[in-house]
Design a protein around this ligand. Structure first.
Ligand SMILES: [Zn+2]
Length: 242
């Protein structure tokens, strides 16, 4: 299932089929992007794939993070908080244009465990609708705030076509606002197929992105979209890594 429908002529050329192995230190220019009919642009059975996710934005940091990712030609996934998106329509559209993935991170970032099922469904629907309205893209991934997953979350996600995506690497960048610490934790914890949690809020995290990508590429990792990392996903199912 593709995450991007890629509206408004933002589609980028689909990279050549992955017949020839690519140097692992290079990402194809539109990895993670495009909405072509072909499946992922990187074969994660043969490469050391890893995915970067950024939660809790959009924020005043977002355009700078997008600049950083563009310079590095690295795809990422932004799990956005719905109520913040209206002020950042330009950033959301750029995420799509630059080949990133946008996921649903609820409308107001509550603890889903504390919500009634109907309040939770409203959180999901309002955010999906806002992402669709601003970008034309239909989200296919949900990250519940705080990684809260239970039966009600699974059921609501399933009926909305959303796969639930948590993470396998948590550098605690919200707690330790220290670029070096965040870089060190992520690089030390990296494994093929990992999903890195980080936050689209802090300058310290923004500054960590370049070193994380550069250092992991030097170790042979390829940064990919969740589509490439996870391949076909099932709505309502929880994924923490490949
Ligand atoms: Zn969050």
């Amino acid at each position: 299932m593709r995450t991007h429908l890629v509206p408004n002529g933002f589609d980028q050329p689909t990279p050549p089929a992955d017949a020839a192995p690519q140097p692992p230190s290079t990402n194809p220019p539109s990895a993670g992007g495009g909405g072509g009919s072909s499946r992922g642009s990187v074969d994660c059975r043969r490469h050391k794939c890893i995915a970067l996710t950024l939660d809790d934005g959009p924020s005043p940091q977002t355009h700078l993070i997008l600049d950083e990712l563009a310079t590095l030609k690295a795809p990422a996934t932004f799990f956005v908080v719905g109520r913040q998106t209206a002020h950042y329509a330009k950033e959301l559209r750029r995420m799509v244009a630059d080949g990133h993935t946008i996921g649903n991170h609820s409308w107001s970032h509550p603890w889903f465990w504390k919500l009634s099922p109907s309040a939770m469904r409203t959180e999901l629907d309002k955010t999906d609708a806002e992402i669709r309205k601003l970008t034309g893209v239909e989200p296919h991934y949900l990250r519940p705030p705080y990684g809260n997953v239970n039966g009600a979350v699974r059921k609501a996600a399933k009926s909305r076509g959303l796969a639930i995506v948590d993470w396998s690497i948590d550098p605690q960048d919200w707690k330790d606002r220290n670029t070096k610490v965040v870089v060190k934790r992520v690089v030390a914890a990296a494994r093929p197929g990992a999903i890195i949690l980080s936050h689209d809020l802090y300058p310290t995290t923004r500054k960590a992105i370049g070193p994380i990508i550069t250092q992991l590429r030097a170790k042979g990792y390829v940064f990919v979209s969740l589509d490439d990392l996870l391949g076909h996903t099932r709505p309502g199912k929880l994924y923490r890594q490949r």
